[in-house]
Write a protein that binds this ligand. Structure first.
Ligand code: ADP
Length: 483
């Protein structure tokens, strides 16, 4: 029998998404189920989740869970989600509009520790028999929001399932004041530097990294990078110590959602050999961003959270080169105020050549990926990255920094790779404005070589990053875990 697994995550496409985590949860469980491994998910009852939970039934309730008031666990089907689900419905914690982690002023919700302790704890309860009708062999937590689950399970009575935690981004560590320890319900002995304590605070992610039977992350290169100081975010020592249980599995792309041949969010679909729809998407994109029709250089696109680790300050510094070379930019993103302002200003300064929409817009994201010539992902660190994978499928070869999952998925267009029909994009090494500007200049040159360019596009469109391979790797891991 294939192992059963429960996935615990705070995001789930299409119901709640701030980044790639949602995309992974929207696809991996269904891909595992397709391989014959029964899989369920647990998500918090955010408003959009509750709106899809109409047919679910309550299997447990508590009058006051971790100070959040009335709580219940719903079981059944969520509209738009392919696998069975559990929802932790705590209106006092999760019935809030907007971003799941931040208030309207962009600050962390002050009760995030309690919200996600309650969530992780519920995952552990489900792991240990809360649902009399279903019990997983493997409990698989994702990121810091589910980090405490392996700790609660480790301190539960037998029989206990095996546990895995996936790091989607090590930079988010779920750090809270040590006072949380008083109410977390874990033994005081675990609040030590080889337990949950992280420089005087509690780290929910560390709880997962210390207690889970297996740790995975979302690319092979990132699995190595996080074991070194530069990208270890203070956890490199811990991760080196657990290297024997740490695996990198590159994410897949959900081609049911991200496929230019079937994408209903585009003016017209397209595919290799029938690329008229791409030209139409480019026209629509230029119109939306107020960009001129000049084809002197490529149209670069960005769809990203605007954060320092995404390297978008490097892009701001490289705009003079891009503009001078006749390139254009269409950027969609939201995040750090300084970067938002930087791109707003740039779109005024270089109006007609640089356009920026500050916000979150799924349909516009598809139009950018489809309509631009090059998707830019200049990240300082990138656990996996999905936009570069989508970009290849849409014939928009990505320009990426050679790090993490970007390094694992994009083949640089060196002459040898072009000749071997393997090139799928463009990479640069140093996280500097000079390096990015130089690469943008090189890409503008290559853009003039229409034969080479079409070859790079075709290679990317033919590459297969579907979930079948990634799901098979997870299943293999689960089989080894239950051994
Ligand atoms: P991360 O998880 O670090 O944000 P990924 O590349 O793994 O980066 O995933 C980002 C996902 O979020 C992609 O599906 C991308 O299209 C989407 N996304 C990011 N920013 C926006 C935005 N402003 N509007 C719409 N979609 C966005």
């Amino acid at each position: 029998m294939a192992p059963t697994s429960l996935h615990i995550a705070s995001e789930l496409y299409p119901l709640i998404k701030t980044g790639g985590l949602a995309d992974v949860l929207g696809a991996l469980p269904a891909a595992l189920a397709k391989l014959g491994a029964p899989t369920r998910v647990l998500v918090p009852g955010y408003p959009t989740v509750m709106a899809a939970a109409g047919s679910m039934t309550s299997i447990a309730n508590w009058p006051n869970l971790f100070g959040g008031g009335q709580a219940r666990v719903l079981s059944g089907r969520l509209d738009g989600v392919d696998v069975p689900a559990y929802v932790l419905d705590v209106p006092g914690f999760f019935n809030r509009a907007g971003n799941p982690y931040l208030d309207a002023d962009g600050r962390d919700w002050q009760d995030n520790a309690r919200r996600f302790a309650a969530f992780s704890w519920t995952g552990a309860e489900l792991a240990c028999g809360l649902d009399p009708d279903w019990r997983p062999d493997i409990v698989h937590g994702h990121d810091w929001q589910a980090g405490l689950t392996p700790a609660y399970i480790a301190h539960s009575a037998e029989p206990r399932p095996k546990t895995a935690i996936t790091i989607h981004n090590l930079a988010y560590q779920g750090l809270f004041p040590s006072s949380a320890y008083a109410w977390l319900g874990l033994p005081a002995s675990s609040f030590t530097s080889d337990g949950l304590e992280f420089y005087g605070q509690v780290s929910f992610l560390k709880a997962g990294l210390v207690n889970a039977d297996r740790i995975t992350t979302v690319s092979r290169t990132y699995a190595h990078e996080i074991q070194a100081v530069e990208q270890g975010c203070g956890f490199d020592g811990l991760l080196r110590g657990r290297a024997d249980v740490l695996t990198g599995i590159v994410n897949g792309a959900d081609y049911d959602v991200w496929n230019p041949a079937t994408d209903t969010l585009l003016p017209k679909p397209f595919e290799p050999g029938q690329m008229a729809g791409k030209a139409e998407a480019k026209r629509a994109l230029r119109e939306q961003f107020g960009l001129g029709a000049s084809d002197k250089g490529p149209l670069f696109g960005v769809v990203s959270r605007l954060t320092w680790h995404k390297g978008l300050d490097l892009l701001l510094g490289s705009l003079p080169t891009m503009v001078q070379r006749g390139g254009q930019l269409a950027l969609l993103g939201t995040g750090e105020p300084g970067l938002e302002e930087g791109f707003r200003n740039a779109s005024v300064e270089h109006s007609g050549q640089v356009g920026a929409v500050i916000g979150y817009d799924e349909a516009l994201a598809h139009l950018i990926i489809a309509g631009c010539d090059v998707v830019l992902v200049p990240s300082r660190s990138e656990p996996c990255g999905l936009t570069q994978i989508y970009a290849m499928k849409y014939g928009s070869p990505p320009l990426v920094r050679n790090t993490g999952g970007l390094a694992d998925t994009v083949v640089n267009a060196e002459p040898k790779a072009i000749a071997a029909k393997k090139a799928t994009g463009f990479t640069f090494n140093l996280a500097t404005v000079d390096a990015l500007s130089g690469t943008i200049g090189w890409v503008c040159d290559l853009w003039q070589d229409r034969t080479a360019w079409k070859g790079i596009q075709a290679n990317g469109m033919a590459a297969d990053f579907g979930w079948d391979r990634a799901a098979a790797e997870y299943l293999d891991l689960y089989l080894r875990m239950i051994g």
